[in-house]
Design a protein around this ligand. Structure first.
Ligand SMILES: [Cu+2]
Length: 715
């Protein structure tokens, strides 16, 4: 356990260091300070983001994140990642190279060794190894590479299959992933066009398609409707899945089970549905911009395949990427589950799926936060166990995290976190399986299970707001004899809808709090079968079932004065202002402002100022100009509370949007609303009387880790 204590200490000191040396001129000093810390703790960990939950358990109690160092001249923008039979790791890069990495586990603290296996290719976004050869997708072809003389450098590049491209920058090609019969699955991104820059268009055959390619170079178009199909996975049943990214006709990211002839949502690829090789029987004229949910269109079009698991946008990530099934139980408590990388949020989620009425559906849960950059590819180390490698890149795509590429390792410590292990559908509600037995007394309270359902529009416009949000009142529950399962009996179960399951302070039998308290279940089918009879479950106390769920009302827009019961000690002295978002200059100021502050953004999720100095008690006019292409706010918080407030913002779930992602906490002093790209907002506030190092932070989900600075209040 000492290691973890050190890690936690490391995090705390990194944070201190961030506060002490935040101006850019002092970067040099900061670097040496960090180096010193690393020597003091003499630990192979080079970067470890804090993900403390603030209530007793945190990510680092269960998972250790280590950055694999690389030589300066290796620009490891990972597009493909695979483990080799000899224990080495191989990465294909967006720069067109393949690197073989020896000693990725960094035995005895020794650095990994990088050998360039291949170069001169173009935007490789997938990598597999089979029978002594690598297989990788370049933008325009699937390539096989072989080292024929055993010097760890390829000397044979063979084209397996080439597909046409128009030359548009967005025509990324992904894969391959092998099927059990030795054929390969590849996917082809659409181009963009007019009148909107983001409008998906298929300028060449099979853009927007999934293709099956045999090792002999025969290609079979398999399915279309794909927009930005960054992840491909074949599970232990031999079934094919792909991950999708939000855009036109795609309300949010998702994971879809793909079968031959499927149409998965985006109509661009339908341009080739009449082609003699096409197995897809859908006509573009059948796609109508109706503002209805996707499932309404699927009722009309038999070939339309609904997502097995929606990955709710901003709540669980922004760009669904690589996926891998943990068939060997590398992360043992989650054997058989699916890990799903998110590029935009630099995180990894965990999905579980089941088949109901012959179709896949399931849940997605948070797993790992705080990676260095956009998480694109995952590889599980099945031979050594307990390790997942994550390949990172964000060039042109932006993500949270402080770097633009790299390779990190997630090591499971062996301690099993208290989590919702699975959510499964039952005829009258959901069954939640936990990783440890629950504290029965606490878990018996139905008000601790908050369920809300919602979906997205199927529309031409980019993305979608959350629509048709409704409460799902919990009528009662039944705890299994072993305490591992809680079966919820609910009202208002809706087929096709995403059901948010958010838990209150449930603890395990041994008093451990949940590491993550939320999951999102996509209910494509409600199982048939007997419901629990009323004698089998404990009813909710009257009145508690209706108001336990999240309100959809905009009344929660201004979370101003209500106190928060979790409070950081050093902040207790600072009183909470009555109005936290003052848009007009207060009359009592008589038109006099002591200081005007302008704050902007810079690419890479940062403000354009690391620190601002203000005088205690002074009157400030504060303007936030969002010059970035993403949504941001500015939340001024009490000293040392940016992490806590940032995490609370991230955990608001469905309430977040209406609350401008500003948690209802007395650590929040002042804030702007969420400011749209290219817009600005001005607020007025009086600086606290207590001098100190306050913080400001963006609480839009996932941004708080890098988007922050210090507000130095002087006497
Ligand atoms: Cu932000």
């Amino acid at each position: 356990m000492n290691t973890f204590k050190n890690l936690r200490m490391y995090n705390r000191i990194t944070e201190m260091n961030r506060m002490l040396f935040s101006s850019s001129e002092q970067l040099f000093t900061r670097f040496f300070f960090l180096l010193l810390l690393l020597l003091i703790y003499s630990n192979p960990v080079i970067a470890q983001q804090s993900a403390s939950e603030g209530d007793g358990v945190s990510q680092i109690d269960y998972y250790q994140i280590t950055t694999l160092p690389a030589p300066d001249d290796v620009v490891l923008e990972v597009g493909g990642l695979t483990l080799l039979p000899n224990g080495k790791l191989a990465a294909a890069t967006r720069r067109g190279e393949i690197w073989v990495i020896s000693n990725p586990e960094m035995k005895n603290g020794r650095a990994p060794v990088y050998t360039k296996f291949a170069e001169g290719m173009y935007e490789n976004l997938g990598l597999e190894y089979k029978n002594g050869s690598f297989y990788t997708s370049q933008r325009g072809e699937l390539t096989k590479l072989t080292d024929t003389n055993g010097d760890d450098v390829t000397d044979l590049y063979e084209r397996v299959y080439a597909w046409p491209i128009s030359g548009h920058y967005h025509e990324y090609s992904y894969g391959p992933v092998f099927l059990p019969n030795g054929d390969m699955v590849v996917t082809a991104n659409v181009a963009f066009g007019n009148p909107k820059w983001w409008e998906a268009q298929s300028h060449a055959p099979w853009r927007g398609w999934m293709m099956i390619v045999t090792p002999e170079g025969e290609m079979r178009p398999f399915a279309t409707g794909l927009r930005s199909p960054n992840g491909i996975m074949v599970n232990d049943q031999g079934d094919i899945f792909y991950s999708e990214n939000q855009g036109d006709w795609i309300g949010s990211g998702f994971i879809t089970h793909v079968e031959e002839g499927d149409f998965t949502g985006n109509p661009a690829g339908l341009k080739w549905a009449d082609h003699p090789l096409s197995p897809v029987d859908v006509d573009t004229s059948e796609i109508i911009d109706s503002e209805l949910p996707m499932f309404e269109t699927a009722k009309r079009i038999p070939a339309m395949k609904l997502p097995a698991v929606w990955v709710p946008h901003t709540l669980m990530g922004t760009s669904t990427a690589g996926m891998v099934q943990d068939t060997a139980g590398v992360i043992a408590p989650f054997k058989g589950h699916y890990f799903v990388a998110d590029q935009g949020h630099a995180r990894v989620n965990r999905a579980t799926m089941e088949k109901v009425s012959g179709e896949y559906q399931g849940a997605i849960f948070p797993f790992i936060y705080g990676l260095d950059s956009g998480a694109l590819r995952l590889a599980l180390d099945e031979s050594r166990g307990q390790t997942m490698y994550v390949g990172l890149t964000d060039r042109g795509w932006s993500s949270t995290g402080e770097k633009s590429y790299g390779l990190q390792r997630v090591d499971w410590t062996g301690a099993i976190p208290f989590e919702m292990k699975t959510i499964t559908a039952v005829p009258d509600g959901f069954n939640i399986e936990f990783t440890h037995p629950v504290d029965r007394e606490i878990a018996a309270d139905p008000s601790l299970y908050n369920l809300t359902s919602f979906t997205y529009r199927y529309q031409y416009e980019y993305g979608s707001p959350i629509i048709n949000q409704e409460n799902v009142p919990v009528k009662g529950l039944q705890i299994s004899d072993d305490g591992m399962n809680v079966r919820l009996v609910v009202d208002n179960l809706r087929q096709y809808y995403i059901h948010e399951v958010k838990l209150g302070d449930i603890e395990s039998e041994s008093g451990t709090p949940l590491l993550h308290d939320v999951g999102y279940y996509t209910l494509n089918n409600i199982p048939s079968g007997p419901a629990l009879s009323e004698s089998e479950w404990t009813a909710a106390a009257s009145g508690s079932s209706d108001d336990s769920s999240v309100s959809n009302s905009l009344e929660t827009m201004e979370p101003s004065v209500s106190p928060d019961n979790v409070d950081a000690d050093p902040a207790d002295e600072i009183s909470e202002p009555a109005v936290k978002r003052q848009l007009e200059m207060p009359d009592s100021w008589n038109g006099r402002v002591d200081q005007t502050i302008e704050m902007g953004t810079v690419p890479g999720l940062e403000y354009d100022k690391d620190a601002i100095e203000v005088k205690a008690g002074s009157r400030v006019r504060f303007t936030f100009n969002n010059t970035d292409d993403m949504l941001h706010n500015v939340v001024i918080v009490k000293p040392e509370t940016a992490d806590q407030v940032g995490e609370q913002g991230m955990n608001l779930g469905l309430q977040g949007e209406a609350m401008q992602y500003v948690p209802d906490s007395d650590n929040v002093l002042y804030h702007t609303s969420i400011v749209q790209p290219g817009s600005s907002e001005t607020i007025y506030f009086t600086v606290p009387e207590e001098p100190g190092t306050y913080q400001y932070v963006c609480t839009f989900p996932g941004h708080y880790i890098t988007m922050r600075g210090t507000l130095v209040v002087t006497e």
